[in-house]
Design a binder for this molecule. Sequence first.
Ligand code: SF4
Length: 438
Amino acid sequence: MMEKYYFIMTYGCQMNIHESEKIAGILENLGYKATDCVENADVIAFNTCCIRETAEQKIMGHIGSLEKLKKNKPHVKIVLCGCMTQQEGKGEEIKSKYPYVDYILGTHNIDQLHDLLEKQSKSKILVEQTDGYITENMPVTRTSMPNAWVNIIYGCNNFCTYCIVPYVRGRERSRSMQSIKAEVESLVAEGYKEITLLGQNVNSYGNDLKDGSSFAKLLNELAQIPGDFRLRFMTSHPKDFTDDVIEAIASNDKICKHIHLPVQAGSTNMLKAMNRKYTRESYLELVDKIKTKIPSVGITTDIMVGFNGETDEDFEETLSLVEKCKFSSAFCFVYSKRKGTVGYNMTNIVPQEVKKERIKRLIALQNKITRQGNSKYLGNVFEILVEDVNSKFENTYCGRTDCGRLVNFKSDKNILNQFVKVKVTKGTSATLWGEIQE
Ligand code: SF4
């Protein structure tokens, strides 16, 4: 029998990376094998993102480049799924521009890919406008040993004014504690050493179940699973970060002391314009509380510069918040408007050159803070999970501390997927270097 191959191109966040593992699971169940050469594939799937318009343009360019391939090999199935296709009218728009795309699936329709391919159905657009549901027991092909991602909650109820996610991912839907626990137990039994719990807002886990489930209870429950592994989670929403979650992180060794806590802006005015539902003061209080209860914690964040209406004073408040919080690192980016969001129609746009100036100042400040923070780790010994080879250097491996810092270190032996003790010997603004301790 002829071998059949699939190629998946993933755009966007961690959630999408994990979703591609499910797409791979469906394809492997149908007998396809992975290839990293698009020309060899019988199924080419694009798992798309629409967080920024530039991401969409890039994806459109990639689809356009497949026209010749499809002409030469008409049996190849081209599949488009993910956030981009879920937008209203997008499926039809793509189909009219690129008629050779076979299947266009919305975020709630991925599981239908199995039937479409099995029956070799004619070209189809399946995009359901719904608040969403949960499909348990989808096949998953993981290629990320020793790390595994586990969805705990889907969707988002928050409608931040700059964000498209709630429109394309539906409302918050939590998986049951039972099914999450079963999945984590089986991953630990398979040898996965780091499990990352995923959700757009993990802190509101359980609210929709109305059976007493909560994120703190889930963390406490999962941390009791026996075995040599640790837990991470992302992403947290500051407005929902409760004291019992801080307590759960502080009191369980298996839960990493790293919290990604997107602030987005340091002025209450901007937070209001963004519909973030917390203030500068409440965010600072939360960070203080976390640092007091968990002294070894690493807090990272996302910061957006130049959202509509951001004044010089607002921006100065962002800088001063960054100074106060001393984030271990921050993903800093410039706001760009997104069709379909409330922000798209706002008129108080910040000029491009002002945005550019502000992002430069913000990145310079955060780099200084990261460098200072990293230098404090010199001489400290951390338990590191060896996650990868650093191919830029000879015999070099890398992994993260439980507070989320990336560390490089040398070893003559293959130590991948093991926990090792590493003493930090050097720190730059991006990474730490260290030596393995026997
Ligand atoms: S919390 Fe806000 S930024 Fe995060 S996914 Fe929901 S709407 Fe988007």
